[in-house]
Design a binder for this molecule. Structure first.
Ligand SMILES: [Zn+2]
Ligand SMILES: [Zn+2]
Length: 177
C-alpha cells in the first residue's frame, strides 16, 4: 500500500505517540531502549534535553489523529520546513535505497519529526487518512495506524486486541453457566 519505509515510519509514529499515556519515555534509558527497539541509528545526545524534545514532538504528532486533511498537511509541512528537510536516497545497514531527509548528525527529535512527516506524505498523497484510528478498547487511549489490506485493524499494539478477545470469551463462558 505504502512504500516499505513509509509503513515502518507510520508504525513508528503510532508507537511514539502511544508512549505518552502511561509515560513510557520516563528517562534517558527508556528513550535509549525505545530508540534501539525501532532501530534508529545516527547521532544521539543522551541528554534530558533530547528526551524533552522527543516528548514535545510526540504531542505534535498526536494531533495528526484529530486533524482534517488540510490540518495534517499544515503539520507535515511545518515539520519539514522547520527541519529544512532535504530528501536524499541513501543505503545503510540492511536497507536498500530509501529516503532520508535529514543528515545522520541532526538531533534525534528532528530526524524523528522528518521521518514522521515523510511517512505522512504517503498517507495524504494516497488519500488514506481514514487509516488513522483510535484504539477501540473502551479503556485505551492509544492511536492506531491501520496498515492491513482489508482495513480491519481496530486495536492498538499494546495488546488490547487480545485483552478484549479474552474478556469476550470469559463473558461467553459466564453466560453458559
Ligand atoms: Zn535509513
Ligand atoms: Zn489499545
Amino acid at each position: 500500500m505504502f512504500a516499505d519505509d513509509s509503513e515502518v515510519g507510520l508504525a513508528f509514529v503510532a508507537a511514539l505517540v502511544n508512549t505518552a499515556y502511561e509515560e513510557k519515555l520516563t528517562d534517558v534509558d527508556a528513550l535509549d531502549a525505545f530508540v534501539s527497539e525501532w532501530k534508529w541509528t545516527g547521532h544521539r545526545a543522551r541528554t534530558l534535553a533530547e528526551l524533552k524534545e522527543v516528548r514535545a514532538l510526540r504531542v505534535r504528532l498526536r494531533r495528526l489523529w484529530d486533524a482534517d486533511e488540510d490540518e495534517v498537511v499544515r503539520i507535515v509541512n511545518g515539520l519539514l520546513r522547520e527541519a529544512q528537510a532535504l530528501p536524499q536516497l541513501v543505503k545503510h545497514d540492511d536497507w536498500g535505497y530509501h529516503l532520508h531527509a535529514t543528515p545522520s548528525h541532526a538531533p534525534l527529535a528532528t530526524r524523528m519529526a522528518v521521518e514522521a512527516a515523510m511517512a505522512f506524505i504517503d498517507v495524504v498523497r494516497t488519500g488514506e487518512l481514514s487509516r488513522l484510528r483510535k484504539c477501540e478498547a473502551a479503556d485505551c487511549r492509544n492511536v492506531v495506524i491501520d496498515l492491513s489490506k482489508n482495513r480491519s485493524k481496530r486495536f492498538c499494539d499494546d495488546g488490547c486486541g487480545n485483552r478484549v478477545a479474552v474478556a469476550a470469551y470469559r463473558e461467553r463462558k459466564r453466560d453458559k453457566k
